[in-house]
Design a protein around this ligand. Structure first.
Ligand SMILES: Nc1nc2c(c(=O)[nH]1)N[C@H]1C(S)=C(S)[C@@H](COP(=O)(O)O)O[C@H]1N2
Ligand SMILES: [Mo]
Length: 449
């Protein structure tokens, strides 16, 4: 049952007007099958088939939704209701607004660590899944029916959307601001293209996947070596090779290779969030390996030099402006250090997936709000000494100002903040995306509306 004539694969002659195309045209097209990958017999792997495709599919069915949901949560955490998520206006794609919570303090560390970490770890599985179905890309004739055209367009959006998200995501964590377009906008809309196509794909393929999984026993496959590896029976989808070659690897070996690839990426990545000694294994950690000495030795996203901070502006003349009350206040460092200090162990969790947890000490933001005469602010606008750049200001939600551990930090791990970590003062708020923890703070405006 493996010869080309008897295979009920994509080779089968359907033809005829019931396919939505004139029969003569269809037959002429079918006869003009181009050489190379368009010939089913060039695809010879004996392990390709519905079962293997279904195994990869099942892994992605369970895990990709986690990447999607944590990605959308990241958008929500940026505060779209304060107008500071990118893109700001997403029309009918707008999800319900809510205040991103401050507890547990590791919330964004977890969600964004999962988004980036799982996204990276799944790359080998995505590639394996694509490999397992690649003969279908070269189905001939390329269009047979309206239903098939729709299916192929949805696959184009699915695969294109997924690869686009992987490429933009990886480039963004490896190289800052490489794009001529906004990474966030592209990644956001690309994500929705993928979500739509993924839902359609799952609806169409779920029954096939379940049948595929049931067609063989995973336990048996994991016990079968190369010598015992035989092709799956010919399938209606044309995945199984009509003329399979002798096996060079078992299904067990193929699964181990893909799993090993994922594991390797996990090892090279996890340290960027776990920290400690594992950080040295984080070879994919994009930045911050030389970040300072002693208590300040933890990753730096952008150094004071790169941000163009003039050391003179952070000297004895520096004073924090507090706005929004009836009279503006100006508090120099002596005034701030004379106030009651509070310490909190809090993470900085960057959108790029890395995170680091340190002990910060400073003045609670809610004390500053009280001092300003705005004890229950709806939001607070923080400005940095940094004059340009997208990260030189942030809007904090009311609950982020009022959490007792939200600080204007003056010290870290018992030492003065280093210039690179935001001296003379920086914001640190539990569970807030790293980017809003503004460094080199110049002013805070507490707002009631
Ligand atoms: N003024 C200013 N604040 C900033 C940034 C910046 O570029 N400029 N980077 C932000 C980002 S993206 C992150 S992840 C954190 C990193 O803080 P760290 O460098 O102390 O680790 O600072 C945030 N605060
Ligand atoms: Mo960041």
């Amino acid at each position: 049952m493996t010869s080309k004539e008897t295979s009920p694969g994509p080779d089968r002659e359907p033809g005829g007007p019931e396919y939505g195309f004139p029969a003569a045209l269809w037959r002429r097209l079918a006869r003009a099958r181009p050489p190379g990958p368009f010939r089913p017999e060039v695809w010879r792997s004996p392990i390709r088939g519905p079962w293997l495709t279904s195994v990869f599919g099942a892994v992605l069915l369970v895990t990709l939704p986690i990447v999607v949901v944590t990605g959308l949560l990241s958008y929500a955490a940026y505060g779209p209701h304060l107008g500071q998520a990118i893109p700001a206006d997403v029309g009918w794609l707008r999800l319900p607004y809510f205040d991103w919570p401050t507890r547990p303090s590791w919330l964004y560390r977890l969600t964004q660590g999962l988004h980036v970490g799982l996204g990276l770890v799944l790359i080998p599985v995505v590639l394996a899944k694509l490999w397992s179905v690649v003969p279908k890309l070269f189905a001939w004739p390329p269009v047979r029916s309206m239903a098939q055209v729709l299916e192929r367009v949805s696959l184009l959006l699915l695969v294109g959307g997924l690869l686009f998200e992987i490429v933009t995501g990886v480039l963004n964590i490896q190289y800052d601001y490489l794009f001529g377009f906004s990474f966030y906008t592209a990644h956001f809309y690309g994500g929705w293209v993928f979500i739509g196509a993924f839902v359609v794909h799952v609806a169409l393929k779920l029954p096939h996947m379940i049948r595929g999984l049931r067609s063989r026993s995973l336990r048996t496959e994991l016990r079968t070596g190369r010598a015992g590896t035989t092709p799956e029976p010919p399938d209606e989808h044309g995945l199984v090779a009509p003329e399979p070659a002798a096996p060079t690897v078992s299904r067990r070996g193929a699964l181990a290779m893909v799993g090993g690839g994922s594991l390797l990426i996990a090892v090279l990545t996890a340290g960027q969030t776990l920290g400690g000694a594992t950080r040295h294994a984080a070879l994919l950690l994009p930045r911050g390996r030389d970040s300072g000495d002693g208590p300040n030795d933890f990753p730096v996203n952008r150094t004071a030099t790169a941000a163009g901070i003039d050391p003179a502006a952070t000297g004895a003349d520096w004073a924090l402006e507090i706005l929004g009350g009836t009279t503006p206040l100006s508090l120099n460092r002596d005034r701030l250090t004379a106030m009651a200090q509070r310490s909190a162990e809090l993470p900085i969790a960057c959108v790029e997936g890395w995170s680091t947890t340190q002990v910060w000490t400073g003045v609670p933001l809610r004390e500053l709000a009280r001092l300003a005469g705005v004890p229950a602010p709806a939001s607070a606008r923080v400005l940095s000494l940094e004059s340009a750049g997208a990260f030189n200001q942030a809007l904090l939600q009311g609950n982020q100002v009022l959490d007792p551990d939200s600080l204007l930090a003056l010290r870290v791990n018992g030492a003065e903040l280093s210039m690179d970590h935001g001296y003379p003062a920086r914001i640190i708020v539990p569970a807030m995306p790293g980017v809003h923890n503004t460094k080199w703070v110049r002013s805070i405006e507490f707002r009631v509306g």
